[in-house]
Design a protein around this ligand. Structure first.
Ligand code: UD1
Ligand code: CA
Length: 478
């Protein structure tokens, strides 16, 4: 049996007032369609077809950049004439999978999950249904298709705009997630009409058509009302973000993560955090980030696509696409840019930027320093104000610093250059040539002393001030 999924992502979502397709609007920093595709993959679906329409190019770019587990293809819906019309675009593919079931999902309802998908499939196959619709009871069903139940299961889904007053009172709604027996869907898809309040080809009308053809339709009611939540405008998108934020934080609380205050805390859905870690107000963790055990993630941290070890202490750190090993302490006001590895026990202090560099174990970069395109050994000490001069306006070059080196304050290391193991640079030096192991490099003007230089200069300055004051007084008396 061959099962597949179709994800509907063709709509513009006019009410979102965005120039990108609605499904690319983010919940916790991930496009809504990303949540939906992840749920499909986690449910074990190997073939997914995305229906694109409005700004199809943006959907294509997104899919091309995505690391997908499943085989994902896309079809174009040139005009967006409704959800039924969107599914028609995938007809050819469905024919190849005609002996299985097809899962259809809205790309704008991000909270569908693998468990619901699989439980609904079990219900679908056990009861030998032609279609199984995932539904939920929600307090405010405004805008959703209402589930109309008949004697045996489901009798119809009626869109909000087409409801009678009695139907509007129904609080069980359509999630937009369905399992269809593929061959049965193919049979009725062509019979859809657009004779309704919105003049669209509704996928939901397939239910009535299947029942009329003597097939079984059933509703699978999810216990989690969130699975149906969709976003059609910015207000509902924010509500989804709030719901997701609370859900994700709740999950971490259960795993033994301490939150001193959740104000401004935002954690992406796929972020993992080890037990005993403390998260302070305003921390933002996103993308493919994993945080180890017993870390402190302080206020003002933005950590994206980073692997952070155990016992790490971060305070006002912005870190991207980097690795931070065990017992590293960073902050405050530090930026760790992509491609960096901060090794075990290193300390990075205030106003430091690290870019595309490897910082060795127990090395200290305490303050006001730029380390870019560098390979730094273990136990190195950076004085205040060191700059690796990595760019000549055309090309970038690497700086290499050996173990136990000591880089004096305000040293410029003009790359490509190598500082040997245990070597020293004198404060204020601009280093352009390699320094051998254990050597000291001094590169600065010799100091000269001009005795009593200030005495005459100061007397002159005082006299100038005195004269100015007198002139002012004379002016006032006039
Ligand atoms: C749809 C359902 C409704 C359900 C709700 C759940 C229909 C007719 N109605 O309504 O019963 O309660 O979802 O969220 O299916 N799309 C296309 N091409 C189109 C139209 C839509 O690809 O021509 C895509 C959209 O990008 C979106 C999804 O289909 O991802 C749902 O479309 P939308 O217009 O938001 O449907 P709803 O009115 O919310
Ligand atoms: Ca919708």
């Amino acid at each position: 049996m061959k099962d597949m999924a179709i994800v509907l992502a063709g709509g513009q979502g006019k009410r979102m007032r965005s120039d990108k397709p609605k499904v690319l609007c983010g919940v916790l920093g991930e496009p809504m369609i990303e949540w939906v595709l992840t749920a499909c993959e986690n449910a074990g679906l190997e073939k997914i077809c995305v229906v694109k329409g409005f700004r199809a190019d943006m959907i294509e770019d997104y899919l091309a950049a995505r690391k997908s587990k499943a085989e994902i293809s896309s079809v174009l819906q040139e005009e967006q004439l409704g959800t039924g019309h969107a599914v028609m675009q995938a007809e050819e593919l469905m024919k190849e999978y005609a002996d299985g079931n097809v899962l259809i999902l809205n790309g704008d309802a991000p909270f569908i999950d693998a468990e619901t998908i699989n439980d609904a499939l079990k219900c679908h196959t056990a009861a030998d249904n032609s279609v199984t619709v995932v539904t939920a009871m929600i307090p405010d069903p405004t805008g959703y298709g209402r589930i109309i139940r008949g004697e045996n299961g489901l009798s119809a889904i009626v869109e909000h705009k087409d409801c009678t007053p009695a139907q509007l009172a129904v609080t069980e709604v359509n999630s937009g997630c369905y399992w269809f027996r593929t061959a049965d869907l193919l049979e009725v898809l062509g019979e859809l009409t657009n004779d309704n309040a919105q003049g669209e080809y509704y996928l939901t009308d397939c239910i009535g058509l299947l029942i009329a053809a003597g097939k079984r339709a059933e509703a699978y009611t999810s216990h989690d009302p969130n699975v149906v939540l969709g976003a059609n405008d910015r207000r509902s998108l924010l509500a989804l973000n709030d719901a997701a934020r609370a859900e994700v934080i709740g999950r971490h609380l259960e795993n033994g993560i301490e939150f001193t205050c959740t104000d401004g805390v935002s954690i992406g859905n796929s972020v993992t955090i080890g037990q005993g870690t403390v998260i302070h107000a305003g921390a933002v963790l996103r993308g493919r980030t994993s945080i180890g055990e017993n870390c402190i993630i302080g206020s003002g941290c933005v950590i994206e696509n980073c692997t952070v070890g155990n016992g790490v202490d971060l305070n006002y750190v912005q870190a991207f696409d980097s690795v931070i090993e065990d017992h590293v302490k960073i902050g405050p006001f530090v930026q760790v840019r992509p491609g960096s590895r901060i090794r075990k026990g290193a300390k990075i202090g205030d106003f430091v930027e690290i870019k595309n560099s490897d910082i060795g174990e127990y090395t200290a970069v305490a303050h006001l320093t730029y380390v870019g395109d560098s390979d730094v050994g273990a136990n190195v000490n950076f004085g205040c104000g060191v700059v690796t001069v990595n760019y000549n306006g055309d090309k970038k070059f690497r700086t290499v610093i050996g173990d136990n080196a000591f880089i004096g304050c305000n040293t410029n290391l003009v790359a490509p250059v190598r500082v040997g193991n245990g070597a020293y640079t004198a404060a204020g030096s601009t280093i352009t040539k390699d320094i051998p192991d254990n050597a000291l490099a001094i590169e600065r003007g010799k100091q000269t002393i001009k005795e009593d230089y200030a005495v005459k200069k100061l007397a002159h300055h005082r006299k100038k001030l005195e004269d100015a004051r007198k002139a002012e007084e004379a002016e006032v008396k006039k």
